[in-house]
Design a protein. Structure first.
Length: 245
């Protein structure tokens, strides 16, 4: 998926944890084989060329396409699985894959797990007694600095996802024009229970711009967000403060 995944696992039987980690890593490699738009032999590439139907692909393909369709519906089309007229589910695959890996490891009886996929994080459980997970949000205008620290206190599951231009430049596409999204934003960080959705919502809100994006994020249940503009203005949803610490 063109990025680095890391795992932080607390508690559990070492042998069971090792087996779960091996399965999770193998699963991530399989996701890349199935969904990569850069591989000619991936199922998504073959399906785009008409060589495979959805029914002939792994069941996960239909699952991801259904989730992507839901993201398109909720975002009124600001999140899209199409690029230059071709199917491209990569905008949802990374978050979904990282969340799935975290849940697989959690099933091994651990007390807590954090899976970080390219800076987007799924948190489950706790790292220790009375110790919540904490995630630093990079400041896009001050390399090496933090814009905020998100705490998972009181939550059995929490995800943090950021979309913006600091790391990869203007890579987010406005689905209504097919060109790079031109907005006043440099970063949108979304906090939600599931990384599948947090990642989608951050991408969609960035494409919308700060005013429309903030209003839309405020309307979503169990979602908080931090938006930073190119002018160094910080905007956030009303309940974000309860997730900082």
């Amino acid at each position: 998926m063109g990025t680095v995944f890391s795992f932080d696992v607390r508690g559990g039987d070492p042998a069971a944890v090792r087996a779960a980690l091996d399965e999770a890593v193998a699963g991530l490699h399989r996701v890349n084989e199935v969904f990569s738009t850069y591989r000619e032999d991936s199922q998504v590439s073959r399906m785009t060329r008409g060589e495979l139907s959805v029914e002939e692909c792994d069941p996960e393909v239909a699952e991801v396409l259904e989730l992507g369709a839901e993201a398109e519906r909720v975002s009124d089309g600001w999140f899209s699985m199409r690029y230059e007229g071709r199917l491209d589910p990569t905008g949802i695959v990374k978050g979904w894959a990282a969340e799935r890996a975290a849940r697989l490891i959690a099933g091994a009886g651990v007390s807590g797990v954090s899976v970080n996929g390219g800076g987007d994080v799924q948190l489950l459980g706790m790292p220790g007694p009375e110790r919540p997970w904490r995630v630093g949000v990079s400041d896009p205008l001050r390399p090496g600095g933090l814009a905020a620290v998100v705490s998972a206190a009181g939550a059995d599951e929490l995800a943090v996802a950021t979309s913006g231009t600091a790391e990869r430049g203007a890579h987010i596409v406005d689905p209504r024009t097919g060109r790079s999204a031109v907005t006043d934003l440099v970063a949108v960080t979304v906090v939600a229970p599931r990384l599948t959705w947090a990642d989608c919502w951050a991408t969609a809100a960035f494409a919308m711009g700060s005013r429309e994006g903030l209003a839309w994020l405020e309307s979503l249940p169990d979602v908080e967000a931090l938006l930073i503009t190119a002018g160094d203005e910080v905007r956030c949803t009303g309940g974000l403060a309860s997730r900082l610490g």
